[in-house]
Design a binder for this molecule. Structure first.
Ligand code: PLP
Length: 280
């Protein structure tokens, strides 16, 4: 039985409920974070906590807990649920508002929920040795993908398109056929020994794994550029990979029917993966 933190109380997940007038339920008016736990340790804890508070600020949601308090609740949930591998999920919505109205009241009490989910990262480790197939999908999301909001319909449509095509992830492209990111990951290519990923702006999420990898690349003096790249560049890349809190660094070997390079995980990609795992 999973224990959930909900608005100051620790309860069984099945008994942790919010009202149907919650603005998260009615308007997707909320934010979330996913923090991985690997080998009994949190991965990039501070980066995720910082991003949570950045998202709250961008959405103008004010909570009466600070980063330290969210950190200790998150640690407590991990401990109560004896989570050694998986994720801790944090969701904060603006709160209940009745009667329903688009314009939010300023005195709402945000609904804060934190619980954990077991996930088998060993399986992803095995998958990384083979690499994954991805599918292209138009980026139909709203125009503030930099906010980690719970408004994920575009990501859901993309992910299920990938699922139908037996792909691990959907790779999103904009109206100019430039790659933005994955349905829940950052997308990278390597061309002529240079790593390339989309620059930070409103179109993509500032991935914590992306951020961590950039510091690893700098440390190892591997060339790297934040630059838009096209679908064509992806298909013609020497290596391609995705990064996320749960996948770490996952080689991409196929984009729909097209094989990337020789169809095997790139050597640099695998090297970055092991450097990343060593760093956590
Ligand atoms: N982009 C999107 C849309 C995501 O949902 C995620 C993670 O869920 C990422 C990128 C990768 O971010 P992170 O490395 O912080 O998990």
């Amino acid at each position: 039985m999973t224990t959930c933190y909900i608005n100051g109380k620790y309860k069984p997940l099945s008994q942790s409920t919010v009202s149907i007038t919650d603005r998260g339920y009615q308007f997707s008016d909320g934010v979330y974070e996913v923090i991985a736990v690997f080998k009994n340790e949190f991965v990039d804890f501070k980066l995720h906590l910082n991003r949570l508070f950045v998202s709250l600020k961008k959405m103008d949601i004010k909570i009466n807990l600070n980063e330290n308090q969210i950190e200790s609740i998150t640690k407590k949930i991990k401990k109560i649920n004896q989570l050694e591998m998986g994720i801790v999920y944090i969701q904060i919505t603006r709160g209940d508002q009745n009667p329903r109205e688009h314009k939010y009241s300023n005195n709402l009490k945000p609904n804060i929920v934190i619980y954990s989910i077991f996930k088998n990262f060993e399986y992803l480790n095995k998958l990384a040795q083979k690499g994954v197939k991805t599918s292209l999908y138009p980026d139909v999301r709203w125009q503030r993908s930099d906010i980690k909001s719970i408004s994920l319909l575009g990501n859901v449509l993309a992910a299920n398109h990938a699922k139908k095509n037996k792909s691990h992830e959907a790779v999103l492209f904009d109206k100019r056929n430039m790659i933005t990111e994955g349905n829940s990951s950052s997308i990278w290519i390597i061309k002529k020994n240079k790593c390339i990923t989309h620059p930070l702006n409103f179109r993509i999420l500032k991935g914590c794994t992306r951020h961590k990898l950039i510091s690893i690349l700098k440390k190892n003096k591997f060339k790297f550029e934040e630059k838009k790249f096209s679908i064509k560049s992806l298909l013609n890349a020497d290596e391609a990979f995705m990064t996320s809190a749960t996948n770490f660094i996952m080689p991409i070997i196929k984009v729909d029917k097209h094989t990337i390079s020789n169809g095997k995980p790139g050597l640099n990609t695998l090297k970055f993966r092991s450097l990343f795992i060593n760093a956590i």
